[in-house]
Design a binder for this molecule. Structure first.
Ligand SMILES: O=P(O)(O)OC[C@H]1O[C@@H](O)[C@H](O)[C@@H](O)[C@@H]1O
Length: 333
């Protein structure tokens, strides 16, 4: 789409860019904003038409989330029926608000939005490696800038599609040619994501991956249902040597530190976030799950979030030209 390519080229050199998608019964808007130390560029699309493109000459960097508030302050998006924010940096969805304006995702207070480290919150990617291993913890996809490929408005559901390919940086730690394509769609009370990994190399490769979703929560009231009977690998106390087990509880709660992988988890988990919301987390292709709450190791924020992560913990092997694909739909039920 023409407008999307204008967005992409306008922001290719930016250090941190934000897309906001929102839907309402009568209108649709996608905005892309970009922050650099001296200029904030801003584009708004409504029903696919380019509305605004302007450069503001200053921004305030003294907010807690360094740059995030300044970006939001300059967006003009209808939030009547939910909204979502996606940063090109890490293709990280940092906010998903339901109809009543409540943010169901959580960004940690120590998160920074300056491209120096992954955004700690929302839905960061772990690719091409989940957790510790041969390359950096959780891989590199969460700390590279993705390209904006296209925007759409199908039946009132705004969406953006981002992609990354190998780069000098990625090949310095993982020597493979690949393409990752990530679509984020906002529907009424639902956020849908689709991730496709394609082997564009001449040799096979393998990877592990996850969507490391941070949900807003009041941890004392949190429970996750659907995991009973799953084989577990408990990363507590040593993430490099997880202890095997089986989940016996109908409902997993978080009275202390939790860092546990669940193998062959079901296609739907139910999260009660302790704030009065019941959230369904459905997936296709994400065969595993991870629960994480750092408890007192993150004293300032552990009470306010829980990570319920759809993951692919068994190595996915792809021959040249082959693709792997997985979907996640989170909704308030
Ligand atoms: O601090 P990071 O790299 O974002 O990782 C946070 C946590 O992510 C979870 O997915 C892992 O299971 C934990 O072991 C890890 O501590």
């Amino acid at each position: 789409m023409a407008a999307a390519s204008i967005v992409a080229s306008s922001f290719s050199s930016a250090c941190s860019s934000l897309l906001t998608i929102s839907s309402s019964s009568s209108s649709f808007a996608t905005t892309a904003q970009s922050l650099s130390p001296s200029a904030l560029k801003f584009i708004a699309l409504r029903k696919g038409v380019l509305l605004k493109h302007k450069t503001l000459l200053s921004y305030s960097s003294d907010s807690r989330h360094k740059g995030r508030e300044a970006l939001k302050h300059n967006s003009c998006v209808c939030q009547a029926a939910g909204s979502a924010e996606i940063y090109l940096y890490g293709a990280c969805v940092t906010s998903w608000k339901s109809m009543d304006g409540k943010d169901l995702l959580f960004v940690r207070p120590d998160a920074v939005f300056n491209g120096i480290k992954p955004i700690s919150g929302g839905i960061p990617h772990c690719f091409p490696q989940f957790g510790p291993g041969e390359i950096q913890q959780h891989g590199f996809a969460r700390n590279v800038t993705w390209n904006l490929l296209s925007t759409e408005n199908q039946a009132g559901s705004p969406s953006v599609t981002l992609d990354i390919e190998e780069s000098e940086y990625s090949q310095s730690m993982w020597g493979h040619a690949f393409k990752a394509t990530y679509k984020v769609a906002l529907e009424a009370e639902r956020l849908r994501t689709e991730l496709i990994i394609k082997n564009t190399d001449t040799r096979p490769f393998f990877f592990t991956t996850a969507l490391h979703t941070y949900f807003s929560a009041s941890i004392g009231g949190v429970s996750v249902k659907g995991l009973k009977g799953c084989r577990t690998l408990n990363k507590d106390p040593d993430p490099k040597n997880p202890i095997p087990g089986v989940e016996e509880r109908d409902s997993v709660t978080f009275p202390a530190f939790v860092d546990c992988m669940y193998l062959n988890s079901p296609e739907e988990l139910l999260l009660e976030n302790g704030l009065g919301d019941r959230i369904s987390i459905k997936n296709k292709g994400w065969t595993d799950a991870v629960l994480w709450n750092p408890y007192l190791t993150m004293e300032a924020s552990y009470n306010d979030f829980v990570c319920v992560e759809n993951a692919k913990l068994d190595k996915v092997h792809l021959q040249p030209g082959e693709s792997w694909e997985a979907k996640q739909v989170i909704s308030v039920v």
